[in-house]
Design a protein around this ligand. Structure first.
Ligand SMILES: CC(=O)N[C@H]1[C@@H](OP(=O)(O)OP(=O)(O)OC[C@H]2O[C@@H](n3ccc(=O)[nH]c3=O)[C@H](O)[C@@H]2O)O[C@H](CO)[C@@H](O)[C@@H]1O
Length: 401
């Protein structure tokens, strides 16, 4: 059996690609698959108690191991120092965990747990890889760059600063449900889907109801499905009611089946987290993207611009995204089904629904190649020295026995 560790977490943007790769790996190791002959595949997720991995992986019955780690970003210099100290303390714990799991490869998505789990594995001579769905490498993945055997990326510009031999541009791994859905642009009623990312978006919660009210006051037949984020639905529902348009708005905190919601939408108004954008493109829907303005290195704007450049979306900075402007853009799209159709087509050119499968295949090949090689090969490249010619794994197995 080959055990692969997928580490990271925090928000949906980290956790859902982890799940996507994990499911693809398991499918490859299950009966009926060509890779099955080489043995079963076990996937273990490593995260922290603070992220949504606890709910997501917990809800799916996956194996999730938790490390105790603090964020490096967001608390200023003192917060960084505290986080770095906690990460350093987490290393021995992570090392014991990787040894206990007998992991053959580690994939880090960044987030709190990704760095320590991957560094621990590297120190044991186990190949490590990173996955970066955004155009700019996250902090924890950036620290791992010198040690990685592979960097799975989505945007071409992410390759800058990475060793070319390690780069594989497969896209953002998506859960299986996401695939191209035919787009029947028609005049008449417009179904709008508002997505605030895994946590919802306060700015969209405040602006979209008012924009919808304007559209309807101007005689447009627009209906809305509005995802608000946890514990925000009551206030958003109240706003639609106050504006007298509650009959035209379905307000929900979270949507379990985003693929179906996208397929049912004529136009999507959304934040531009990497997975949201990738899912939009995989399904092929026109969008108005309003990036979260405080994302690290403004990466959401870069995500949005990449779709805008091919003609699949309109990217609106939050400072420009007034209710009047949004209403105006919705009206323009409502009145031009041909344009919407072209945007849907354009967005779909960026779709990569097979990214999870491609990452899984490459990762498994890497793990199996490493299994066959003496551990000293890795140790010679910066990993820990082999003990007396025996592989580290053999030494660990002996210690355990
Ligand atoms: C505020 C912030 O820093 N956000 C970051 C976070 O966003 P966030 O966690 O919002 O991530 P994404 O937009 O990338 O992905 C959201 C994921 O949650 C799922 N989903 C969302 C809502 C819902 O109701 N149901 C549901 O299943 C989506 O289908 C998607 O798979 O991680 C992304 C990936 O690193 C980054 O690009 C974002 O900048």
């Amino acid at each position: 059996m080959t055990t692969i560790v997928i580490a990271g977490g925090g928000t949906g943007g980290h956790v859902f690609p982890m799940v996507a790769v994990g499911d693809a790996l398991r499918a490859m190791g299950s009966a009926g698959s060509a890779e099955r002959a080489a043995g079963e595949v076990r996937v273990v997720y490593v995260g922290t108690a603070r992220g949504i991995e606890v709910q997501v992986m917990g809800g799916r019955g996956d194996t999730l191991e938790l490390l105790e780690i603090l964020p490096l970003r967001g608390g200023g210099a003192r917060g960084f120092a505290r986080g770095a100290a906690a990460a350093a303390r987490a290393l021995p714990e992570a090392r014991r965990l990787i040894q206990r799991l007998d992991a053959r490869a580690v994939l880090s998505l960044g987030g709190y747990a990704g760095g320590p789990a991957a560094l621990a594995a590297r120190s044991l001579g186990i190949p490590i890889t990173i996955l970066e769905p955004n155009s700019v490498l996250g902090l924890s993945n950036r620290l791992l760059v010198p040690f990685v055997a592979r960097a799975y990326i989505n945007f071409p510009e992410t390759a800058r600063g990475l060793r070319a031999s390690t780069v594989r541009r497969f896209g953002v791994p998506l859960r299986r449900a996401f695939s191209r859905a035919p787009y029947g642009a028609r005049a008449g009623k417009l179904s709008l889907l508002v997505l605030g990312g895994s946590q919802g978006a306060v700015a969209l919660n405040q602006t979209l109801p008012r924009a919808l009210a304007r559209c309807r006051a101007d005689g447009l037949d627009v209906e809305i499905v509005h995802q608000t984020g946890k514990a925000r639905e009551a206030e958003v529902r109240a706003l639609y009611a106050e504006l007298g348009i509650e009959a035209h708005a379905r307000v929900v905190p979270f949507i379990d089946d985003i693929a179906a919601a996208l397929a049912a939408a004529d136009v999507v108004v959304a934040r531009s987290g990497a997975s949201t954008v990738a899912e939009l493109c995989a399904v092929g829907r026109p969008a108005i993207l309003i990036p979260y303005p405080f994302a690290a290195d403004d990466h959401q704007m870069k995500n949005a611009r990449s779709v805008e450049r091919v003609g699949g979306a309109l990217a609106l900075a939050q400072s420009e995204a007034s209710e009047a402007r949004i209403a105006q853009e919705i009206a323009a799209l409502a009145g031009d089904p041909g344009r919407r159709e072209r945007m849907a087509e354009a967005a779909a050119t960026l779709g990569a629904p097979d990214a999870a499968q491609r990452v899984a295949e490459d990762l498994l090949a890497l793990a199996r190649a490493a299994e066959e090689r003496p551990r000293a090969w890795f140790a010679g490249r910066g990993g820990r020295e082999d003990r007396g010619g025996r592989s580290e794994r053999a030494a660990v197995a002996e210690e355990r026995a």
